[in-house]
Design a protein around this ligand. Structure first.
Ligand code: CAA
Length: 396
């Protein structure tokens, strides 16, 4: 770790954002304050899919910004994408997840697609606010991703897919999905492959929009694949590359998720500061009570620590640190998710009874924060990845 930090300093890493990065952050913050925050409570209440917000974000270039320039995208770095995620989630992490899920869905194509596949699947995402999704999880395989049961059987120039996918972000509204399936059950994780599946293919049926505790404006759905036929041309990478494609994708996207958790913690902290200045007990604003101001001091410190770890993970991914960067992605995801949970829980405490009712914003933040400890690899899975890197480091 010291080596990485030394290398970073030698490479001239500075905590100052460039003028372009400041502009991007400010544009996203202003968008989130104008378009996202005013709708957050209502969309949460009714589980509204934020199609209107996604469309406006798309017009401003805030969706799919990671797509490389050669395919018509802005080619933003992981670091820049992460700056956007924090600001979007500061507005509402449900809507931020709905927007960011297009990165999760399309990164496998960017990472593992052939030139032709990239030209087929990426530019349409830029032309219109269409959605894609990442379908790895199944009813019986979440954390243990290698155990998925969906199969893809090769028949000539086609594959026939059968199985079920669960907890898939935006699946109910996606045009296509990257579906992970086994092409050879006997090979375990080495028998998994990745396919781009148009969601209007015959045999794809979205079965359930799941009724979640938090991040309710993101559609999370289950879908089934029954004899779904896709051409061989839709397979990303070779047969058996699927597991690595999934892992490499998650390595790339976890800093964005970590940044979203930081955005939620930041919002909870800001609301708490404002409330503590106004709410009076025992003849003084509660900010004057050490019991409250120590809570808020810890919120500020831990949110900043989570942000720095997230910045480092994103910087390392951009700087090409490979597996070492993946370790930092897990550091960042684990720490930011757990920080968001703690900070939002403390925010409810600062607000007291008002924190527990829907009229005030912090109970939503606490419900939203919980999901960061679960999706894109639970906090326990991040610890598993970290411990593996510590005790069984790999060089690839
Ligand atoms: N990059 C490249 N290769 C990797 C890798 C990585 N980051 N991590 C593992 N691998 C490779 C290993 O090198 C190994 O390769 P070999 O076949 O050559 O040996 C292979 O993959 C298997 O690795 P492990 O032995 O470590 O695999 P495992 O089964 O013991 O554990 C795990 C893997 C880390 C627990 C993995 O299953 C995992 O990440 N689980 C969590 C899944 C997850 O995050 N799901 C979230 C779904 S997406 C979602 O929630 C998003 C949403 O819609 C909001």
């Amino acid at each position: 770790m010291t080596t990485t930090m030394e290398a970073a300093i030698a490479a001239g890493v500075s905590f100052a954002l460039t003028p372009e990065q400041c502009e991007l952050r400010d544009l996203t913050r202003e968008f989130a304050e104008r378009e996202i925050r005013p709708r957050a409570a209502e969309y949460d209440e009714h589980q509204t899919h934020p199609a209107d917000v996604i469309a406006t974000a798309h017009e401003l270039g805030l969706v799919n910004a990671h797509i490389p320039e050669e395919f018509g995208g802005a080619g933003l770095t992981v670091f820049e994408g992460m700056l956007m995620c924090e600001e979007l989630a500061r507005g509402c992490s449900g809507m931020a997840t709905a927007i960011a899920a297009n990165s999760l869905g399309s990164v496998p194509v960017v990472l593992a697609g052939s030139d032709e596949q990239r030209r087929t699947w990426l530019p349409p995402l830029l032309d219109a606010p269409i959605l894609c999704s990442f379908a790895l999880t199944e009813p019986d395989a979440g954390s243990d991703a290698a155990r998925i049961k969906t199969t893809a059987e090769r028949r000539g120039d086609e594959y026939v897919l059968n199985g079920s996918k669960m907890f898939i972000t935006n699946a109910g509204h996606a045009s296509w999905s990257v579906v992970f399936a086994s092409t050879d059950r006997s090979q375990g994780h080495r028998g998994l492959s990745a396919f781009v599946v148009p969601m209007d293919s015959e045999g794809v049926s979205v079965e359930k929009h799941l009724d979640k505790m938090g991040q309710r404006s993101t559609d999370t759905s289950a879908f089934a694949l029954t004899d779904v036929v896709v051409p061989v041309a839709n397979r990303l990478g070779g047969e058996g590359d699927g597991f690595k494609i999934a892992m490499q994708t998650l390595d790339m996207t976890r800093p964005g998720t970590a940044a979203s958790a930081v955005g939620v913690a930041q919002a909870a902290y800001e609301y708490s500061v404002e409330y503590a200045k106004q709410r009076v007990t025992f003849d003084v604003p509660i900010a004057m009570h050490q019991g409250v101001n120590f809570l808020i001091a810890d919120m500020a410190t831990e949110t900043e620590a989570a942000r720095l770890l997230t910045w480092q993970a994103a910087w390392m991914l951009d700087a090409g640190y490979g597996r070492k960067a993946a370790l930092y992605s897990s550091f960042a995801k684990r720490f930011s998710a757990d920080t968001a949970m703690k900070v939002t829980t403390d925010a409810v405490q600062v607000f007291g009874g008002y924190g527990y009712i829907k009229e005030y914003p912090v109970e939503k933040l606490m419900r939203d924060a919980k999901l960061f400890q679960i999706y894109e690899g639970t906090s326990q899975i991040q610890r598993l990845v970290i411990a593996k890197e510590i005790f069984l480091p790999r060089d690839d």
